[in-house]
Ligand binder design. Structure first.
Ligand code: NAD
Length: 310
């Protein structure tokens, strides 16, 4: 019979779910972290499979043979995409696959911020019963939500809030075609300022780039107003953290839900002063469901496999 073609070698830089490793070992000569030869990945790798590792321009320089990267998840801000593009190195991420998980977390964070469930749970767990007169809350029904970034997650968030809270949807994304979201009732605005003025909840769903860093700072927070809730499940730094802290402290907005921080994982030392009654913070768990980790890992491995096989 035909002699078996040798399987392509793929260096795996991060831990992946067992189902993903099984796929990878079936289709590739997979070199896993901590196994012999893995430390030579820069000198040798043509193909990489990445979940959370950084790949800097210098790494790319040091990888003379690199052709393609499978990347679990949608954000590629830890990979120097420009350095890859200059060398024609392909990046296969998994847009859309984790949208549901992240969007459900947005609902969880906003609902928790509105009723201060995080802080109330902490107070209760500390020992004494919590008098309900000391608990404040907001109704979310029909509160307009502003969605910045009309991609996969933004659209799922809009759909969920419409269903759960009958929320009017305000959307902003200068890069999406005019007929985007034609199947979802919403108001599309031409500036962030218009979105902020019209919204009570503001949720960011844009990639972190030079132009989205500090997209939401104190002037923007003032426009949302005292019943405003800001949700950042996109990337740390898109919402200015120091400004957010003063805005919550001074009642310029109601509160915030943050899955992404400039320092990750977020620590008490760095963020203790931000973690007020109306702030809920999680350590980048947007895609951290078992199902999502399997689906995104499989999608990255499959996209890489399809590319190599083509
Ligand atoms: P996507 O590519 O489908 O959508 C991003 C949208 O942002 C695009 O429509 C793009 O046109 C728009 N955009 C870019 N720059 C903009 C700007 N300056 N103003 C307005 N819109 C702009 O991506 P997605 O799947 O929706 O994910 C969005 C982001 O969420 C990712 O880039 C990633 O950083 C983050 N994310 C976080 C987690 C988590 O675990 N918390 C998981 C997945 C993704």
């Amino acid at each position: 019979g035909p002699s078996a073609t040798p399987k392509p070698t793929v260096y795996v830089l991060d831990p992946f779910k067992p189902q993903v490793i099984e796929f990878v070992q079936q289709h590739f000569d997979a070199i896993l972290p901590g196994t012999p030869g893995h430390q030579d990945w820069r000198a040798k790798a043509q193909y990489l499979l990445i979940r959370s590792s950084y790949l800097t321009a210098q790494d790319v320089d040091n990888c003379p043979n690199l052709l393609a990267i499978g990347k679990q998840g949608v954000g590629i801000d830890k990979i120097d995409a420009a350095a890859c593009a200059a060398r024609g190195i392909k990046i296969f991420n998994t847009p859309g696959v984790n949208a549901r998980a992240v969007a459900e977390l947005v609902l969880a964070l906003a609902s928790s911020v509105a009723r201060c469930t995080g802080a109330i749970t902490r107070r209760q767990n500390a020992g004494k019963p919590v008098p309900k007169e000391t608990c404040k809350g907001l109704i979310l029904h029909k509160r307009p939500i502003g969605v910045i970034g009309m991609g996969n997650i933004g659209k799922t968030v809009a759909t969920i809030f419409r269903g759960a809270y009958e929320a009017p949807i305000i959307a902003y994304d200068p890069y999406m075609p005019a007929d985007a979201w034609s199947d979802l009732p919403h108001t599309r605005v031409s500036s962030i300022e218009k979105l902020l003025r019209a919204s009570d909840i503001v949720s960011v769903h844009v990639p972190l780039t030079d132009s989205t860093r500090n997209l939401i700072a104190l002037p923007e927070l003032r426009l949302i107003g005292p019943e405003g809730i800001v949700i950042n499940t996109a990337r740390g730094g898109i919402v200015n953290e120091a400004d957010l802290e003063s805005a919550v402290r001074e009642g310029i907005i109601w509160g915030a839900g943050l899955d992404c921080h400039e320092q990750e994982p977020p620590t008490q030392e760095r963020y203790g002063s931000l973690w007020m009654e109306n702030v809920v913070s999680t350590p980048h768990i947007g895609a951290a469901t078992e199902q999502t980790q399997i689906e995104t890992g499989m999608a990255a491995a499959q996209r890489l496999h399809e590319y190599i096989a083509a």
